[in-house]
Every structure is written in structure tokens, then in C-alpha cells.
Design a protein. Structure first.
Length: 479
């Protein structure tokens, strides 16, 4: 039985601002819950733009009466969509579609030749969750507060207000020990790593150790500088620190909080051993604090840098916490290295955009970053849970790893599975899925997938992985 609030004709309810050209139908015979049906239909209307930003939805009591359902069904659907960043409601002003909620197809679902592809690409946050309204408010305030003198070249170290805000925030939240004069603002995390490695090369460093597997772009960028990259294997306890003693390297790049792509966390024993290696060998640890802010099933893990500020360079960025469109990164540097890195940054671009820096400074100081993270963590956790539930059915003999944090799951495939064939077949069905091969130094690594879930809603996750499961089953029968 289907219940609808209209059939495309004009509405007669004077207390409802619900558009007349949107049909919401509830099918009581559908196995899905009534709340899920309503939630999905409203979400689709928002995504497609038929419910544009600013649209006021009808009161919960009105819509429940029109659909013939309990008011709690509508209340729960509205609350879920509000938690997901689609709606905002205030006492006395109704519930409206947020300007952040309209999702452009090319950002969310466009793929290679397929406008309806589902993007299971690792490490991407949901662009619709970016707090546009609050960001704009702080951006305007920051711009208004800038003097004419401030509208000059920003300088290689970065804007002092942002360096002070980062020093306070990272000290409080991540245990980073630094002062503003040793904090450098970069144009993204990769630039921070590159300028440090260039400074090390000028100091005579010829080789750097890296986790294996690792984020392949960082490996390629370091090789492009002219340094030799030495892969060091990782396991569930992180990088095998004992191997560093036998290597002729001047630095090591690690992601101790959540190694990409496996999600390994550097154990306490190896953290201590890594610091000891840096101190005894006069080496540098470059800490990529990847995904430290998105943790679901474990206690916070402090930054490695706090154990040895003069031997660890701590790097982070806004790409995962806010959006990769905001090209802002930072690195807390040892005192002996800051001048060299400033020189490399100056030669790169004479400094990162000042306007975004001062806006982010106000955003952090006002507590907006903390509020944003508290809002999105449960959303990403639900999406993570949807991936794990779906994988148990779709790929029953695969092994998910790194599930306690982050925006992706590393999925180890059985040895018989052809990683490339699975990804290619998925692409033909409209699923964009990343493989793990690029992350390894070994040209023939064990097959695995890197399933990103940050930018996909739970319904798309379940339907997409059901399709992947049918492909996987077909490949299994042919193995």
C-alpha cells in the first residue's frame, strides 16, 4: 500500500511550504522502514536540486498527517538529514534545506564516462558536510579585520594568527609541542613534506625511509626531488623500526596514527624505538598525522612529535577535516630546520594565500573546527558501519583492515582474486574503486581494495557494495 502527500497538484494545506512538484510516497509493504523511505526520498530531492537550498519543509505534524504516518517517522527522518548536513531547524523558524546540501553530480557521482558512478575513493570527506555558512561568516570577519598593510605577500612562514591558533589547538588536541615561530603554513600536506625533504637534501641527506605500503603520491613526490626512497615493511604495529638501524637513511616518513592505506597504528614500543633511532642516528622523523581526528573505536593517540620535538617534524592539513578544496597544510618543525624549510617555501610560492589562513585562524579560535568534527564523526562512523555490514555479505572471504579510524577501509582480498579485474569490472558497472597496488613498492603485491566511504551516503554504500558482491561472486566462480 502506498501513501502520498500529493500527486503533483496544488496543495491545500496553508501551513505547509512543501513544493507542489515533489511527490513523497510511503509504501507500507516495502521492507524498508517508513523513516528510511522518507529520508531517502527527501535526500534524493535535495541532491537533485528539486528541493533547493533555503526551501522550508512542512512541519513534522503536517507532513505526518498528509502521509498518514506517525509524527515520529517524520521527526526521525528530519533529524537524520540534519545530522547528515542536509537540513537545519530552529525553534520558531521551521526546517530548511541547507545551502551545503545541494550536491553537484560531478563532485559526488561523476566518473569516467559515467555520470552516475559511485565513488568509493579512499580518503575523501563529504563535500556536502563542509560548514559553508560558518566558514563564510569567519572569512568575512577575517577579511574585514585585515589592514591594508596585511594585504601584501604573506611570507613563507605563514600568517601569525593561524600559526598561533594551530599551536594552541594542536597542543591541546594532539599533544604537539611547538611555538608559533616554528610552525610553517603550507599549501597542503604534500607541499609541507616536499619542502622539508628538499631542505634535507640540501643538508646532504640522500635517502629517506617510507612505510611500505604508503601513500603513493608522497613517494613519487620525494623521488621527484631526487631523494632515494627506501621502503620499510609495516605490520599491525606499524613500521618495522628495527630495520632502520641497517639502512643508510637520514629521515623516515611515517603516519603513526593511521597508516595509509592499511590503517596500522604505530605501537607504543615502536614509537619509543623510532624516537630513539632519530636521536642516536641524528635523523629526522616526518610525522604525517593522517586521519588522527577521525577515530571511532579507540582512544585518542597523541602525536609522536610530543615525545621529541627536535627530532620529529609534525605535518597536518585541512583536506580531510574540512575539504581538500581548502589548500592549507602545516608543519611543526625542529628549531634547527626551520630556516632551511622557510627558504624552500619562499622559493616555491612566496607564501600560502593569506585570506584563507586568517579565516581558518578565526574558525579554529571560535571552536568551529571542534564543533564540525563532533558533528561529522558520527556520520562517518555510520558510513563505516554500513561498509563493514555490506562487506560481510558482498565479499565474505575478504578481510577489512584499519577500521577503527579514517575515511576508508583497506580490504585484503583472497590470493585468487585479480585486483585489476575486479576494479575494472566494477567500473563498468558504475563503481569507482581504488586498488592498493599503487601503494606498494612491490610490483606484485597481495590483492586489496581501498574502499573510501566518506563521500557516500549509507544507501549508496549498501547498493554499490551489493553490485560489487555480484561481480566478486562471478569472478570467484571463474577462478
Amino acid at each position: 500500500m502506498s501513501r502520498s502527500n500529493g500527486s503533483g497538484s496544488k496543495q491545500t494545506n496553508s501551513d505547509s511550504g512543501f513544493p507542489t512538484d515533489i511527490l513523497v510516497a510511503i509504501d507500507t509493504s516495502d521492507r524498508r522502514g517508513l523513516r528510511e523511505q522518507l529520508q531517502q526520498q527527501l535526500r534524493s530531492a535535495i541532491q537533485q536540486g528539486t528541493l533547493p537550498a533555503g526551501t522550508e519543509l512542512p512541519p513534522t505534524r503536517t507532513l505526518a498527517r498528509d502521509l498518514g504516518v506517525a509524527r515520529s517517522v517524520v521527526v526521525d527522518a528530519y533529524e537524520q538529514l540534519a545530522a547528515d548536513g542536509y537540513l537545519a531547524g530552529r525553534q520558531g523558524s521551521g526546517t530548511r534545506v541547507l545551502p551545503t546540501a545541494r550536491r553537484e553530480p560531478d563532485r559526488r557521482t561523476a566518473g569516467s564516462g559515467n555520470a552516475h558512478a559511485v565513488r568509493f575513493l579512499g580518503g575523501l570527506p563529504d563535500p556536502a558536510l563542509f560548514p559553508r555558512a560558518e566558514w563564510l561568516r569567519h572569512y568575512r570577519a577575517a577579511l574585514a579585520a585585515l589592514s591594508n598593510h596585511d594585504l601584501a605577500y604573506p611570507g613563507p612562514l605563514g600568517a601569525l594568527p593561524l600559526r598561533e591558533a594551530l599551536t594552541n589547538y594542536l597542543g591541546r588536541v594532539r599533544g604537539v609541542v611547538v611555538s608559533p615561530d616554528r610552525m610553517l603554513v603550507s599549501t597542503g600536506l604534500t607541499q609541507a613534506i616536499v619542502v622539508v625533504c628538499r631542505a634535507l637534501r640540501r643538508r646532504g641527506v640522500e635517502a629517506i625511509a617510507m612505510e611500505d605500503p604508503c601513500f603513493g603520491l608522497h613517494r613519487d613526490a620525494i623521488i621527484n626531488i631526487g631523494l632515494r626512497v627506501v621502503p620499510v615493511p609495516i605490520d599491525e604495529d606499524g613500521i618495522d623500526v628495527a630495520r632502520l638501524a641497517d639502512l643508510s637513511v637520514g629521515a623516515v616518513l611515517v603516519a603513526p596514527a593511521h597508516s595509509y592505506p592499511t590503517g596500522a597504528v604505530l605501537s607504543a614500543a615502536r614509537r619509543a624505538a623510532l624516537v630513539e633511532w632519530a636521536q642516536t642516528s641524528d635523523g629526522l622523523v616526518i610525522e604525517d598525522d593522517y586521519d588522527a581526528e577521525f577515530r571511532y573505536d579507540r582512544a585518542p593517540i597523541g602525536a609522536l612529535q610530543g615525545l621529541a620535538p627536535e627530532r620529529v617534524a609534525y605535518a597536518g592539513c585541512a583536506s580531510k577535516t574540512l575539504t581538500p578544496a581548502l589548500r592549507l597544510g602545516w608543519i611543526a618543525l625542529p628549531r634547527w630546520l626551520i630556516d632551511d624549510v622557510m627558504r624552500e617555501k619562499l622559493l616555491d610560492d612566496m607564501g600560502t594565500s593569506m585570506l584563507e589562513q586568517v579565516a581558518l585562524a578565526r574558525f579554529i579560535d571560535a571552536g568551529a573546527l571542534g564543533r564540525h568534527l563532533r558533528r561529522v564523526r558520527p556520520i562517518y562512523r555510520r558510513r563505516r558501519d554500513a561498509v563493514l555490514e555490506s562487506l560481510a555479505t558482498a565479499l565474505p572471504d575478504a578481510q577489512p583492515k584499519g577500521i577503527a579510524a579514517g575515511l576508508h577501509v583497506y580490504v585484503e582480498l583472497p590470493a585468487w582474486c585479480d585486483e585489476s579485474a575486479l576494479i575494472e569490472s566494477a567500473g563498468a558497472k558504475g563503481l569507482l574503486i581504488g586498488g592498493a597496488r599503487w601503494a606498494w613498492s612491490n610490483p606484485s603485491p597481495p590483492p586489496a581494495l581501498v574502499l573510501g566511504y566518506g563521500a557516500i551516503n549509507e544507501t549508496a554504500i549498501r547498493s554499490g557494495l551489493a553490485v560489487l558482491g555480484s561481480i566478486y561472486e562471478r569472478l570467484a566462480r571463474g577462478s
